[in-house]
Design a protein around this ligand. Structure first.
Ligand code: GLU
Length: 281
């Protein structure tokens, strides 16, 4: 059996224990299957990604004892591939420009602008503007996002019930995608072009990834990516969504918490094999 998996970090900060756990999970799965392990740098968003973080990712993963195939695919070098996919969706009439700011979206969803979780508001995108209003906003140079119209996608595919994937993690079986959970998701922006959701799904196909091994925080994204596979005629890999590593406080690790970066552990003299053992590898 061919087994190709990948670890696909975005260089927006230093790696922490949670990343180490995710990378080791994917790498170990590849080794156990006698398969291939790829490292992919997901740096399409140049407003958030920094080259020094990319360098640090390579250093940290090597320190951890991982190896990967070369060359490493860096998404910023392949924008044309992702923009072509975005263009295809646009030509099919499945995208619309969204000019609304986060504040406007929250107002639309009837939430206070200081609400803690803007996710619901962002999902409620409000659909396309009238032609006149869109022309006016474009003429004034306003920024916008490209959102997928789930209504248009549903018109094209019938319904979404046949969009399934094989889940091989904790609760294995056939899963049915529910793209509606994230609403009309943003797939690109005026400034950066295609974003990571579409770039990642295009690359998984292009790189022949057979198994996507990643954290369960991305399971809703998988539903949208399954929809994109159907719309773009891309193959569907198997998925293993692993549980997220939790810190001593019971919360998931986050990039902003500098104390638990792999760099901090290295500086404190922690040996990589000690960390691996702690993480269960
Ligand atoms: N680049 C994404 C992230 O850092 C991961 C995407 C994926 O594994 O498919 O969250």
């Amino acid at each position: 059996m061919t087994f190709v998996t990948r670890f696909a970090p975005s260089p927006t900060g230093r790696l922490h224990r949670g990343h180490a756990f995710a990378a080791l999970t994917a790498w170990t799965a590849a080794k156990a299957a006698g398969g291939r392990f790829l490292l992919r740098i997901e740096d399409t968003d140049f407003t958030r990604c920094r080259p020094e973080y990319e360098e640090a990712i390579l250093d940290d993963l090597a320190w951890l004892g991982l190896d990967w195939e070369h060359p490493v695919r860096r998404q910023s070098e392949h924008r044309a591939d992702y923009d072509a996919a975005l263009d295809r969706l646009r030509d099919m009439g499945l995208l619309y420009r969204c000019f609304r700011t986060r504040k406007e979206l929250m107002a639309l969803a009837g939430m206070a602008p200081h609400a803690d979780d803007p996710t619901d508001a962002e999902a409620f995108a409000g659909g396309p503007l009238s032609d006149d209003e869109e022309a006016a906003r474009l003429a004034s140079g306003q920024p916008f996002a490209w959102r997928i119209s789930l209504a248009a996608a549903r018109d094209r595919l019938g319904d979404f019930h046949h969009l399934t994937w094989i889940e091989e993690a904790a609760d294995p079986g056939i899963r049915t995608a529910t793209p509606g959970e994230l609403g009309d998701m943003v797939l690109g922006r005026k400034d950066i072009g295609a974003g990571y959701v579409i770039a990642s799904v295009v690359d998984d196909a292009l790189q022949g990834v057979t198994h996507v091994v990643r954290g369960e925080d991305l399971i809703e994204t998988t539903s949208v990516q399954r929809l994109l596979q159907a719309l773009l005629d891309l193959p569907t890999p198997s998925y293993r969504h692993h549980p997220l590593l939790l810190g001593p406080d019971g919360k998931r690790y986050a990039k902003r918490d500098g104390s638990v970066t792999l760099a901090a552990l290295r500086d404190a003299g922690v040996a990589p094999e000690v960390l691996r053992a702690e993480l269960g590898f």
